[in-house]
Design a protein around this ligand. Structure first.
Ligand SMILES: Nc1ncnc2c1ncn2[C@@H]1O[C@H](COP(=O)(O)OP(=O)(O)OP(=O)(O)O)[C@@H](O)[C@H]1O
Ligand SMILES: [Mg+2]
Length: 285
């Protein structure tokens, strides 16, 4: 049984408004059981958002939570690769509901898992991207999802706006991912200002690639410079650069690496615990 995303079809303006209204109603209904939505974002590309999304999902699962990931990076989806399910496909129920792909107990939803050919590029622009994300949200059977982590592309574009706007009632708060150094300082501030403008809460910042610890002498090297986060923002964790992790990722074996003890894993579990602390004491729980 296959499902159909409505994003490809063209309709006139009046009809489009009606369809959108109907779609938003379905999104509300379909996501009503999700307890906390956590968008993982950054003002900058390549800082480790997708890796952090996948790792936090595994960590929250290990801490006993029901976790799902929505891959909202439509043009550059990396969650299926990171979670080792790149050759899997999402199935649909008789009623046309999407069943996420499940890996190590984490539910995964990505447009990439709906494509018949994995090398098909998506040449979608603004409104169509919004529709595609809303389609995925409304069509998926989210089951008992306590934490929905959303992997976003870099910056503050359509994908981020769609999630922050339409999932507002379910937002636990955003997690910002950054690396140390002066260059990223203003990018972090920009992302923080963006969240303020759209009225979305910020849980805190994860400093990825914060340092490298020499495996021979144990000396800490701050490769990218100092951590420059505004003093009123909570730092959830400082994650080390881990060459062994990078090797596992390039083989699509993040889940295997996560099963073993490492300083990197301890830091990720630390970040997940901080998130739980922040959200499980919030008024909605
Ligand atoms: N702490 C780390 N130690 C070692 N390698 C890392 C670490 N963090 C990230 N990487 C490497 O950097 C790569 C890029 O990370 P990732 O794809 O998560 O970044 P991103 O911010 O999602 O990028 P994009 O902006 O393109 O979506 C990872 O695949 C991994 O190989
Ligand atoms: Mg990414």
């Amino acid at each position: 049984m296959r499902f159909r995303l409505s994003s490809g079809s063209l309709v006139d303006a009046g009809k489009a408004a009606k369809l959108m209204e109907e779609l938003l109603r379905k999104v509300k209904e379909s996501t009503s059981g999700i307890r906390h939505v956590i968008p993982v974002m950054s003002g900058k590309g390549g800082v480790g958002k997708s890796l952090m999304t996948a790792s936090l999902a595994l960590a929250l699962k290990e801490l006993g939570k029901h976790v799902a990931i929505l891959d909202a990076d439509l043009h550059g989806p990396s969650i299926p690769w990171l979670m080792g399910v790149v050759n899997n496909s999402m199935k649909a129920t008789e009623e046309g509901k999407i069943l996420p792909v499940i890996a190590d107990g984490v539910s995964i939803v990505s447009v990439d898992l709906a494509l018949e050919r994995k090398d098909t590029p998506l040449a979608w622009r603004g409104p169509i991207k919004t529709r595609a994300i809303l389609d995925l949200l409304s069509l998926t059977d989210w089951g008992q999802t306590e934490y929905l982590l959303v992997d976003l592309p870099p910056g503050t574009g359509d994908e981020a706006l769609t999630i922050l706007r339409y999932l507002k009632p379910r937002l636990g708060g955003a997690v910002l991912v950054t690396i140390p150094g002066g260059l990223v300082k203003h990018v972090v501030q920009k992302a923080i200002n963006f969240l303020r403008i759209v009225g979305a809460p910020l849980i805190g910042v994860v400093i990825n690639m914060a340092y490298f610890k020499c495996p021979v002498c144990g000396t800490r090297h701050d490769i990218f410079g100092d951590v420059l986060v505004p003093p009123d923002v909570r730092v959830l964790a400082e994650i080390p650069i881990d060459p062994e992790l990078a090797k596992h990722i390039s083989r699509g074996e993040l889940r295997e690496y996560f099963r073993h003890e490492s300083a990197w894993k301890r830091a990720v579990i630390g970040a997940a615990s901080e998130i739980l602390k922040a959200l499980e004491t919030s008024p909605r729980t």
